[in-house]
Structure formats: structure tokens, C-alpha cells
Design a protein around this ligand. Structure first.
Ligand SMILES: Cc1ncc(COP(=O)(O)O)c(C=O)c1O
Length: 409
């Protein structure tokens, strides 16, 4: 069943989250790539200016105490906690997702001595696979075992040290059953490590309820922290005494300013800090997290799924067999993004972008659309489908300039 533009606008008028859109600076057109880079929050520039001009420019080094710079990673973690269903003292903001993955994967393997396997999904995000491959090269007794997504739970055995998965798949948006995988891992005495890059800020998570051990995720996607924003890591309270970070930096020491020659880990999550926090980047991430103030993640997820349903319905009704849905139809089994295959997906996406509908392309043939419920409207979903239908019907994508691949797709 298709809807009209007026129907879509009526859905926007009734949307309880509609005012959250004012928290962002948005380009003209339809931005459906917040799953890669969230837009600039309206508050961010003033916050950055204040921290740069008054704190860095005016108060210089005294800002570490006077403006609480030293506590920024923990303070910002407390703002992230309700989005993840975690306790603030289980979270830390630091490094990139890749570095956080290395820290937690190495810590997990060390916490299960004698076990020989890291278990993952063969189509996991490349950085996750590369980190695991690098780690097993350093640890000759450990191997990386990759299986298909549906075979994970059955592949855990008493040799599995840790199961490492991305919760929402970056290509298809398919979502793992986190509680079930955690239970399967725990039944065999293994740990589970989740990459939440495509989940945090998009779907309602409850890491504590679902028995999550370890997790990491990006700050620059749905959390709106800016390009290359710091990442987050989660270590369940019960594991914090058992796990040791493999990167023993001075900021993770029990007393950094005692300048002792020997490492003593800080108590709790702080032991996973490495070096000096990046204050300007943390300032932007904090403003990004503030865009969630007062919103319930259940409402955010429900709106995201309704946007996806409308988009799928319109595309399938109007675009013909040239495009095929490559994402789950069941809302409980997907994140907040939708992909379709098209034989000339790259060119189709470039034509869409030129007409103001920004999604992205993932090789070999996926056109991908991320719906961020804080600022995307039902009207956006309708317009994106309408533009796609027109580009396909007129073959507007079939021009040489749309086929020339750029570095970032
Ligand atoms: C699932 C997933 N993990 C990790 C990353 C990259 O992490 P970073 O570049 O912050 O290290 C991405 C980037 O898109 C991703 O999609």
C-alpha cells in the first residue's frame, strides 16, 4: 500500500519526536546517512567555541581542574548510559572504535586462559575482523573462527574464549538477538563482545538486562559526535576486576599524578583509559549526546521502524523489480537502516545524491539508507522513495559521471 505526500506529512504532524529535528543543522534535501555521519547539532559550535576560546584560550592548563576536563570521559559516559541500558560506571569514552575493540578483545582472551578460539561472523565489519586477525597473530595458541550469522549460537563450545559480533549489520541492517547470543556464550563459559556502532542511538538497548559483558561503538554515527568522534566502551561491573586492558597508559593508572614507575590499574572502568582525553572532540560528542535529552529510546526505535516500513512500502510499490530489498522485513530483526540491491547501485546513489537524497553505497551492489528518528521525517522517507522511482524510471543514473568511483563511497 502506498501513501501520499499529505499522508506522510500527517504522520510527521502526529510524531511525538518531531521537535527534536530543531536540534540539528540540516542541509536542504533529505539526509539519510546519519548511520555513517550524524549531522551537526545546533548547540555544538557554541560549545566548541566556549571550550576553545574561554577554557583553552583563557584558562589554559588550569582547565583540567577548573572546567572538569579530567572528568570529561566519565561525565559524558553518564549521558550515554541511558541510551544503552548500562550503568554510568560501566562506560568510558575514549579512542576510536577500532582501538576500543582491540583493548576489549585482548582483555577478554586474557581472561579465558587455555581457551583457543575467538568466534565471529564471517561478514562482520572489516575493522572487527582485522583487529581479531592481528590479535591472533600475536597469540599463537588462539585462532579466529568465522561462521555465518545464523550459526553463531551453535558454534560456541568449551574452547571459545569470546564471541565477537556487530549487533546491527552494516550492510543489511540485520540485528542479532543479543540476549540469546550472550546466553549461548555464557552457557559455555565464554564472554561476548558487541560492536554497537549501528545500534547506539538508533535502537533501544538494554545491555544489563540482556546480560552483556563487553561492548564498543562509534560516536560519530547516530550519536552525532562529529567526524571521527571518540568511541565508547562498556565493561560490565562484574567483570571489571577480572579484565585487564592490554594498553597500560598513565591515564588508566590508579594515581596518574603520583608518576610511579610501575603500573597499578585504576579501580573500575577508569583502568581502560589510555592517554590524555581529547577535550575538543569530547565537547562535540557531549553536544551530540545532548540531542537525546528527554527522549525515550523506545520512542526513537518505534519511529525508526515506522520510517523504514513506509520507505520499503513506497520503494517496492513504485520502483519495480530493478531493486530488491536486502534487509529484514521484520522490524524486530533490523536496526534503523535499509538496503536495496541494484546492479548499478553506485551510479544510482550518485544520481540520488545529486538530487538531494543522500544515502551511501556499499560494494558490490547495495544502496543504503539510514533513518535517524531524531531528525528524519516521514516526508523524507516519501521523498527519497519518490526520487528513487523517478531516477530508475528515467534511467537518470546512467551517465558516465555517476559511474566514476570516489575514494569514499
Ligand atoms: C560496525 C563498525 N565498527 C567499527 C567502525 C569503525 O570504527 P572506527 O573508525 O571508529 O575505528 C565502523 C565504521 O563505519 C563500523 O561500521
Amino acid at each position: 500500500m502506498t501513501v501520499s505526500l499529505e499522508d506522510a506529512r500527517a504522520l510527521d504532524a502526529a510524531d511525538p519526536l518531531r521537535s527534536a529535528r530543531d536540534r540539528f543543522v540540516l542541509p536542504d534535501g533529505v539526509y539519510l546517512d546519519g548511520n555513517s555521519l550524524g549531522p551537526l547539532p545546533t548547540a555544538t559550535i557554541d560549545r566548541l567555541r566556549e571550550v576553545a576560546e574561554q577554557q583553552w584560550g583563557g584558562d589554559l592548563i588550569t582547565s583540567w581542574n577548573r572546567h572538569g576536563w579530567i572528568d570529561a570521559p566519565a561525565r559524558i559516559a553518564a549521558k550515554l548510559a541511558p541510551l544503552l541500558g548500562a550503568k554510568p560506571e560501566e562506560l568510558l569514552i575514549a579512542d576510536s572504535t577500532t582501538v576500543c575493540l582491540f583493548k576489549l578483545l585482548a582483555a577478554a582472551v586474557r581472561a579465558r586462559p587455555g581457551r583457543t578460539t575467538i568466534l565471529t561472523e564471517d561478514r562482520n565489519f572489516p575493522t572487527d575482523l582485522y583487529v581479531a586477525q592481528g590479535l591472533v597473530e600475536m597469540l599463537p595458541h588462539v585462532e579466529l573462527k568465522s561462521v555465518a550469522a545464523g550459526e553463531i549460537a551453535g558454534a560456541v563450545d568449551d574452547q571459545t574464549a569470546v564471541v565477537m559480533l556487530t549487533h546491527v549489520d552494516y550492510r543489511s541492517g540485520a540485528r542479532h538477538d543479543m540476549a540469546a547470543v550472550n546466553a549461548a556464550a555464557h552457557a559455555q563459559g565464554a564472554l561476548a563482545l558487541w560492536d554497537l556502532s549501528h545500534s547506539a542511538g538508533a535502537v533501544a538497548l538494554d545491555l544489563n538486562r540482556d546480560g552483556c559483558d563487553l561492548a564498543v561503538g562509534c560516536g560519530y554515527k547516530y550519536l552525532n559526535g562529529g567526524p571521527g568522534a571518540p568511541a565508547f566502551l562498556f565493561v560490565a561491573k562484574l567483570l571489571q576486576d577480572e579484565l585487564r586492558s592490554p594498553i597500560q597508559g598513565w591515564m588508566g593508572h590508579a594515581e596518574p599524578f603520583a608518576f610511579e614507575s610501575d603500573y597499578r590499574p585504576a579501580l573500575g572502568i577508569a583502568a581502560f583509559l589510555t592517554g590524555t582525553p581529547s577535550i575538543l572532540a569530547l565537547t562535540a560528542l557531549e553536544a551530540g549526546l545532548d540531542t537525546f535529552a528527554g527522549l525515550s529510546m523506545a520512542d526513537v526505535e518505534a519511529k525508526g521502524q515506522a520510517l523504514l516500513d513506509l520507505f520499503i512500502g513506497e520503494v517496492e510499490a513504485r520502483c519495480g523489480p530493478e531493486v530488491t530489498l536486502a534487509s529484514p522485513r521484520d522490524p524486530t530483526q533490523r536496526g534503523s537502516q535499509i538496503s536495496f540491491t541494484h546492479r548499478h547501485g553506485y551510479a544510482v546513489m550518485q544520481a540520488l545524491i545529486e538530487r538531494g537524497v543522500t544515502g551511501d553505497f556499499r560494494a558490490p551492489d547495495l544502496i543504503r539508507f539510514g533513518f535517524a528518528p531524531l531528525y528524519n521525517r516521514f516526508e523524507d522517507a516519501w521523498r527519497a522513495a519518490d526520487t528513487l522511482a523517478d531516477i530508475l524510471a528515467t534511467r537518470a543514473w546512467d551517465e558516465p559521471r555517476f559511474h566514476a568511483r570516489a575514494k569514499v563511497t
